[in-house]
Design a binder for this molecule. Structure first.
Ligand SMILES: Cc1cc2nc3c(=O)[nH]c(=O)nc-3n(C[C@H](O)[C@H](O)[C@H](O)COP(=O)(O)OP(=O)(O)OC[C@H]3O[C@@H](n4cnc5c(N)ncnc54)[C@H](O)[C@@H]3O)c2cc1C
Length: 395
């Protein structure tokens, strides 16, 4: 075939759908699971949808993306929300991001945090460090680092926290010291959220419904239950069965059992890619809050985030938790393990990915999406990249 796409998550599905729209029909897409949607799948749990890959919301910021996705699920099938996210500091609930909301704490704690930020490297003019953990101290000072940012991120990323770099910080809020001071004086948050300040969530069937509909539009070009295990880069074939002019890979490079024809350097580089795994778990109790989600830095709690389902999923009850797999303890509650959840932004990873994608590119194999590019991309971002790639491929 002309195009072989590996993986039917948002990246692969959007690419296939856009290529078809462009009149290119000679496509096969392979998906190892029996259903498509990847991390963005939903299942019904306790009478309502549960997003098995964690809380999933569609950012409103990319009109070209939402316009394309709304062809499969019209805008009136979604609710639009303004983000309400909170932080639980050992029982004291404040808004997020923390540095814009310390005004919600008692005066002594505000003074402690403000003094600590005032002494931080970012305020005193020290150079920005390369390591994420050092950056936290540099940006927010010791107090916020030790009470919130370090314990929270350690719960989320586990032992790898120390190996993370600082080149992905556009994912984090960037609140200046002046804005923190102004927040405390005026008793309101001064901050822009880096993502999901406003978002859509489907009125029915969860976020997975969107991707199910796109998958349905692909007909028998989509082959589910077929894992890509052997990639032959000279032959440009998969499993010795599917051969294509161009292969677009959206699955984790580390998931192939064999990559035939790859240089030793390439295999070594792929071996350096790291990821973390999370478990989502359902709880049927109703939470007394209007928040969409809440962050938990507290070491005593295994999970790091709660998604309050009844505040964004009409007619539902209950909530679900997200927990790093290494911290998770099996329970009776319905739960789902996501082995590949976060591609880790380790120091040097971008250089490694440039080399991997360049060698693969020489063989007509393109990496796309969260795993193909090994980036922390959200689904709207991977969809945008898939649309751009389709335009490029279709010439
Ligand atoms: C906890 C959490 C919360 C998130 N919240 C949001 C959010 O609120 N909003 C948002 O937009 N994004 C969110 N994201 C990001 C979102 O999940 C990703 O951007 C999106 O799923 C990436 O799509 P993808 O197709 O690149 O990868 P994936 O969704 O991971 O899809 C990859 C596909 O490849 C398949 N596959 C894997 N190995 C093989 C193989 N060997 N052969 C064949 N198929 C294979 C998988 O089964 C999967 O279907 C969140 C992610 C996490 C982990």
């Amino acid at each position: 075939m002309k195009y072989l796409i590996l993986g039917a998550g948002p990246s692969g599905l959007t690419l296939a759908a856009k290529l078809i729209e462009k009149g290119i029909k000679d496509i096969i897409i392979l998906e190892k699971e029996t259903e498509s949607g990847g991390l963005c799948r939903s299942r019904e749990v306790d009478g309502s949808p549960f997003d098995i890959g964690g809380g999933h919301f569609l950012d409103v910021r990319r009109p070209a993306v939402t316009e394309f996705l709304f062809r499969f699920m019209a805008e009136n099938e979604w609710d639009r929300y303004e983000r309400d996210s909170r932080i639980d500091l050992k029982g004291r609930i404040i808004g997020s991001p923390i540095e814009a909301n310390i005004w919600m704490l008692d005066t002594d704690t505000q003074v402690k945090y403000l003094k600590s930020i005032a002494e931080a490297g970012s305020v005193s003019g020290a150079p920005m460090p390369d390591r994420f953990t050092d950056w936290i101290y540099w940006k927010l000072g010791n107090r916020i680092a030790e009470d919130y940012m370090l314990p929270y991120n350690k719960k989320m990323f586990g032992e790898e926290l120390d190996s993370l770099g600082t080149y992905w910080l556009e994912k984090l809020p960037d609140v200046s010291f002046e804005d923190t001071l102004r927040s405390c004086l005026e008793h309101k948050a001064y901050a822009r959220q880096p993502g999901h300040a406003e978002f859509y969530y489907p009125k029915r069937n969860g976020y997975g419904e969107l991707w199910r509909r796109i998958a349905d539009s692909l007909g028998d070009r989509l082959k589910t239950g077929v894992a890509a295990e052997k990639l032959d880069i000279e032959e440009r074939s998969v499993n010795d069965e599917y051969k294509a002019d161009v292969i677009v890979n959206t699955v984790p490079w580390t998931d192939f059992k064999e990559i035939k024809g790859a240089s030793t350097d390439l295999i070594e580089r792929i071996g350096k890619l790291k990821h973390s795994s999370i478990v989502t778990e359902y709880h049927k109790e109703r939470m007394d809050t209007t928040a969409h989600w809440i962050y938990y830095p507290d070491e005593d709690k295994r999970f790091h985030r709660i998604l309050v389902r009844h505040n964004f999923c009409p007619g539902s009850k209950g909530y679900w938790t997200e927990t790093n797999l290494n911290r998770y303890r099996e329970s009776e509650n319905e739960h789902f393990v996501n082995k590949y959840a976060y591609p880790l932004n380790t120091i040097g990873k971008n250089e490694i990915m440039t080399d991997i994608l360049s060698e693969m590119g020489e063989h007509g194999i393109i990496g796309l999406g969260r795993w193909g590019e090994w980036q922390h991309y959200n689904s709207d971002v991977v969809a945008e990249r898939a649309l751009l790639l389709a335009e490029k491929l279709a010439g």
